[in-house]
Design a binder for this molecule. Structure first.
Ligand code: AMP
Ligand code: ZN
Length: 472
């Protein structure tokens, strides 16, 4: 598979460290609030990547952390812990907040058919691993203690800005006007590995360490958790684009300094979902969650389809109008699949299967082109082959797309059967009878015209020994 790699800024072949096996790491949610649908865009695209790798035959091990400590509200290591902020907002303990929003996150993932990673590791479970890594960095001379905190010394690295398509001046921590500088830092880009001192003395969760009672920095969590579960070599690291700097840049700095060799081969970054007012946020404007979409009557899977329609390396703009369009497209797609007949007496056409599967693999294998993968579904629906083969292919593609296509089509047919006869049903019945009459009168042109008219209405006719049957 070829996938864009932020570290090389090119589309690179995925080359796992161990043949056939892929170690994958995903920055998990900071569980101080519900995930917004922007966060979930990132997790949907990562899910498609994981599933496509599995589909292509790789043995994937995916690890995700849960950030329940250490993610501050400012990148400059000076803000308040987001978890503590959340706990204060809701008059609960940090652990209560973490449990509630972790569960809510996985409920949302479930609704969006995002598979659970193989390993889910809350940061608060791994304090000994963080301490070991920080100590290792101090021992190797990559870290220093100042004002009670342990800092990573970025001046020790030859190349700190790995993703250097960013403007260093713009991004350097402490340089931005709104951010006050931490005076303990030797270099502006240095970052905290372990806090014992911050402006916020009421940090709820603290642990003993060789440097005093305190808590870990956010960046060290992901490095240590990845090394704990994926070992010293990571094949793919995922996250939203905002994490590239400083979070991922710092992860690379400390992991490679600690391990003494290159750490992760491939960096997969998903561009943001924005609203017309700009970046989606948990504090600004309408807080867009999966539950809110459901309340407004949207199927969460229509939102998944909305994400798949656009490439992960392009920012996507959310609007209800756009989601309405996708919902309509999704419903029509389901209706077309529902009209396919699963007849076990039909033989699966192996040539067609190969042809359409090859195309599906080609488009996803070329930098995960999900919108072309959806086009592959339509190509199958239009294909000159029997329904059984089409259903086989749709089910196969859905192992990656995860739109529940077969199930949704089944539900669609069940609903159509259980509904009382509507005006439209009566109209269809009348047309069917007219066509039967035309056929009796050997008026084939009229019979064909009516069949086409019904087809345009999404109706398929079946001539059976018991008479003509129709379905949507
Ligand atoms: P957080 O819960 O803030 O740690 O973020 C969880 C994930 O969502 C991270 O991978 C972020 O990079 C990603 N993310 C944050 N905002 C957006 C957005 N507007 N669109 C897409 N992904 C985002
Ligand atoms: Zn991370």
């Amino acid at each position: 598979m070829i996938l864009y790699n932020s570290a090389t800024r090119s589309k690179d072949e995925i080359k796992p460290h161990t043949e056939g096996k892929i170690n994958m790491y995903t920055c998990g949610p900071t569980v101080y609030h519900f995930a917004h649908i922007g966060n979930l865009r990132t997790y949907i695209m990562e899910d498609v990547l994981e599933k496509f790798l599995r589909y292509s035959g790789y043995d994937v091990k995916r690890v995700m952390n849960i950030t329940d400590v250490g993610h501050l509200s400012s990148d400059a290591d000076t803000g308040e812990d987001k978890m503590l902020k959340g706990a204060k907002r809701e008059h609960k303990t940090v652990m209560e907040i973490a449990k509630f929003y972790t569960d809510a996150f996985f409920e949302d993932c479930n609704k969006l058919n995002i598979k659970k990673p193989d390993v889910i590791e809350p940061a608060t479970n791994c304090i000994p691993e963080f301490i070991k890594m920080v100590q290792g960095l101090l021992d190797k001379g990559y870290a220093y203690i100042a004002g009670g905190n342990v800092y990573f010394d970025t001046s020790k690295l030859k190349n700190y800005y790995v993703f250097n398509n960013f403007d260093a001046e713009d991004l350097a921590v402490g340089v931005r006007d709104s951010v006050s500088e931490d005076e303990n830092k030797r270099n502006k880009t240095d970052f905290v590995l372990w806090f014992t001192k911050s402006k916020f003395e009421d940090q709820e969760l603290k642990w003993d360490s060789p440097w005093g009672v305190g808590y870990p920095g956010w960046h060290i969590e992901c490095s240590a958790i990845s090394i704990k579960h994926n070992g010293e070599y990571l094949d793919i690291h995922c996250g939203g684009i905002d994490n590239a700097f400083p979070h991922h840049t710092n992860e690379i700095a400390q992991s490679e300094a600690y391990l003494g060799h290159p750490w992760c081969g491939h960096w997969f970054h998903v561009l943001h979902l924005n609203t017309s007012n700009g970046k989606m946020s948990k504090s600004k404007g309408e807080f867009l969650t999966v539950s809110l979409l459901e309340e407004k009557g949207y199927d969460p899977l229509a939102y998944r389809m909305f994400c798949l329609q656009s490439h992960y390396r392009k920012a996507q703009e959310f609007s209800y109008e756009a989601l309405d369009n996708t919902s309509a497209v999704f419903n029509k797609l389901i209706a077309r699949i529902a009209a396919l007949k699963n007849d076990p007496s039909e033989e699966i056409n192996e040539d067609a299967v190969k042809k359409y599967k090859d195309k599906f693999k080609e488009v996803l294998g070329n930098d995960l082109n999900t919108s072309l993968a959806i086009t592959c579904l339509y190509d199958v629906l239009k294909a000159d082959t029997n329904d059984r083969t089409k259903l086989f292919l749709i089910e196969d593609f859905d192992r990656v797309l995860s739109l529940d296509l077969i199930n949704e089509a089944k539900k669609y047919n069940e609903k159509a059967q259980s509904q009382p006869e509507s005006d439209e049903d009566k109209e269809i019945q009348e047309l069917v009878e007219k066509r039967t009459q035309a056929r009796k009168e050997k008026n084939w042109a009229e019979a064909d015209r009516i069949r086409d008219q019904l087809k345009d209405m999404g109706i398929i006719l079946e001539d059976t020994p018991q008479g003509v049957k129709w379905h949507r």
